[in-house]
Design a binder for this molecule. Structure first.
Ligand SMILES: C[S@@+](CC[C@H](N)C(=O)[O-])C[C@H]1O[C@@H](n2cnc3c(N)ncnc32)[C@H](O)[C@@H]1O
Length: 289
């Protein structure tokens, strides 16, 4: 009987996780709501320690399709900016849409890298990451190496989604681990949930000698159209499930129908659309000048 099986053992015996396949087009369908937290983060990043003749050097970890990376060039027009990502599909889109010289005399380029073992290849004025570190369980363990590579007065700034206890993400995790799906999907619904609380990020980054500001915000997003929460999650948290079921279309459709029904109950559509509250955590850590 499934119910007799220790849940941890089930996760250990599930198929080893492959890197989720990403779909830039699906991800960009909600780019307005997804960009807003980065703009809020950007607003809290202080001036970088640049000077004439030495433009800023910036890294964007988990850059995705590069639209957010490009916003860095708006703020620091002559900067040399590199976006790093693991997904070849995301990198292709970023290259096609944003790579090359920027209007302010800087450059934008994109490289393949796994954040889990990324070590700075340069001295940086800013290392940033938007909505990506939650996929990397041990990311706080890299903070020491990343902040060590900052120029004095440089900044490490990131935003991570923290919606894992919300119905959208809790229902996904529970469905993947349910008796019906766990043989194929155990653990796949919670691959993106590796975040600390703002207070823990604050502790770790101040311990590293940075002046740190952490906070959280819940955005009450009003989404249009039918099943918009499902459409949203298809761009992110559902990626591991869609990847695991990619060779079994019937199973994928059945899973999506079951999940969609749960979401319809949890997020009823109102006269003006569907409200999808989304909690996010922010950190801005400035190295001593
Ligand atoms: C939700 S998207 C965010 C993209 C972009 N930063 C933005 O804000 O639009 C998450 C990105 O993290 C990338 N990612 C996930 N795990 C990664 C890893 N271990 N190393 C590098 N990139 C990773 C994914 O490929 C994806 O492009």
């Amino acid at each position: 009987m499934h119910s007799d099986v220790d849940p941890a053992a089930r996760i250990r015996t599930a198929a080893p996780p492959t890197a989720p396949g990403w779909d830039p087009q699906q991800y960009l369908r909600h780019s307005g709501h997804r960009t807003r937290p980065f703009l809020d983060l950007l607003a809290r990043i202080p001036a970088l320690p640049t000077r004439p003749g030495r433009p800023a050097r910036i890294a964007d970890l988990g850059c995705g399709p590069g639209n957010v990376t490009a916003l860095l060039a708006d703020r620091w027009p002559d900067a040399r900016i590199t976006g790093f990502d693991l997904s070849p599909d995301m990198l292709r889109r970023a290259e096609a849409d944003h790579a090359g010289p920027t209007p302010g005399g800087g450059t934008l380029d994109f490289r393949r890298a796994d954040i889990a073992d990324w070590l700075p290849d340069d001295t940086y004025d800013l290392i940033t990451s938007n909505a990506a570190l939650q996929w990397v369980p041990a990311h706080p363990g890299s903070f020491a190496a990343w902040t060590a590579a900052l120029r004095p007065g440089g900044t490490f700034a990131f935003q991570v989604p923290a919606n894992h206890t919300a119905p959208s993400h809790a229902l996904l995790a529970a469905l993947c681990d349910s008796p019906r799906w766990r043989d194929r999907l155990a653990g796949q619904g919670s691959r993106h949930t590796h975040v600390l609380d703002p207070a823990e990020y604050l502790d770790r980054l101040t311990e590293l000698g940075c002046t740190t500001d952490t906070w959280e915000t819940t955005y009450h997003q009003l989404l249009p159209g039918p099943d918009p929460v499902l459409d949203w999650v298809k761009g992110t948290a559902l990626r591991p499930v869609l990847t695991a079921l990619r060779d079994d279309r019937e199973a994928a459709e059945t899973f999506l129908a079951e999940y969609r029904d749960l979401l319809r109950e949890a997020y009823p559509t109102g006269p003006r659309g569907t409200v999808f509250p989304f909690r996010r955590i922010f950190a801005v850590a400035v190295k001593e000048a």
